[in-house]
Design a protein around this ligand. Structure first.
Ligand code: SAH
Length: 215
């Protein structure tokens, strides 16, 4: 349970999200319900409700709450949907989405991050998240097509294999750009075989890398 002293910080964070374009009431509700400190290591827990990205294991990051909320809002999900996520990381974005969709399939290239997130989901008694340790760029063929795909690491180009696994009228939210700078969040909608691409906001993500890590 969240400590009383943290409640004020959390309320301020929700107000900050609202000020910065998060208007969807369902998204705001889950951002308020979910305790971000569950996904953060002990030494950083006091920073859990600050609107900043924080380091996690393997040199990766738990995304900034505003970006998690905006990506969730842009993804435009409902309770009937099956969603693919690339980059489980801490599992924070995965858990937020699990409360808004039917099933979420999440892939992480670091084995230890994938296991840590999986164990946490088990502890939280989640039943609609499926985790896989693999190169997410390959997607999850056996479970395709997906109504929505969210990529939480920055791709250099539109990931073709993931587009193949997107259903008709499906949407993908993906940061595209340089490894560290000039990254733009994009929404890609698949309509009659064509891709409609919308630019959303500037972001800063760790890179989407090929292959997987056994550590
Ligand atoms: N949504 C996560 C973000 C984690 S950072 C969170 O809020 O915690 C991005 C994650 O993407 C990292 O854990 C990184 O290891 C992972 N990643 C990068 N390239 C990947 C790939 N090709 N396949 C799967 N995961 C990848």
């Amino acid at each position: 349970m969240i400590k009383k002293s943290e409640i004020k910080k959390k309320i301020n964070l929700i107000l900050e999200l609202q000020k910065n374009g998060v208007t969807n009431s369902k998204v705001l509700k889950v951002m308020e319900e979910v305790d971000r400190d569950l996904f953060v290591d002990d030494n950083l827990k006091q920073k859990s409700y600050e609107n900043i990205a924080l380091p996690i294991d393997c040199g990766q990051t738990i995304s900034q709450p505003l970006i998690v909320a905006l990506m969730t809002q842009y993804l435009d999900v409902d309770k009937s949907m099956r969603v693919l996520e690339i980059g489980t990381g801490s599992g924070y974005q995965t858990y937020i989405l699990s409360k808004l969709v039917r099933f979420i399939y999440s892939i992480e290239r670091y084995k230890s991050l994938s296991i840590k997130a999986y164990d946490l989901f088990k502890k939280l008694k989640v039943t609609n998240i499926f985790c896989k340790h693999n190169d997410g760029g390959l997607g999850w063929k056996e479970q395709a097509p997906f109504d929505r795909i969210i990529v939480t690491a920055c791709a250099q180009d539109i990931p073709g294999k993931l587009i193949d696994q997107l259903s008709e009228n499906g949407k993908m939210i993906v940061p595209i750009g340089d490894q560290y700078n000039d990254q733009l969040l994009k929404k890609i909608t698949k309509k009659k075989g064509e891709l409609i691409i919308n630019d959303l906001v500037n972001v800063r993500f760790v890179p989407l890398l090929e292959g997987k890590e056994s550590k």
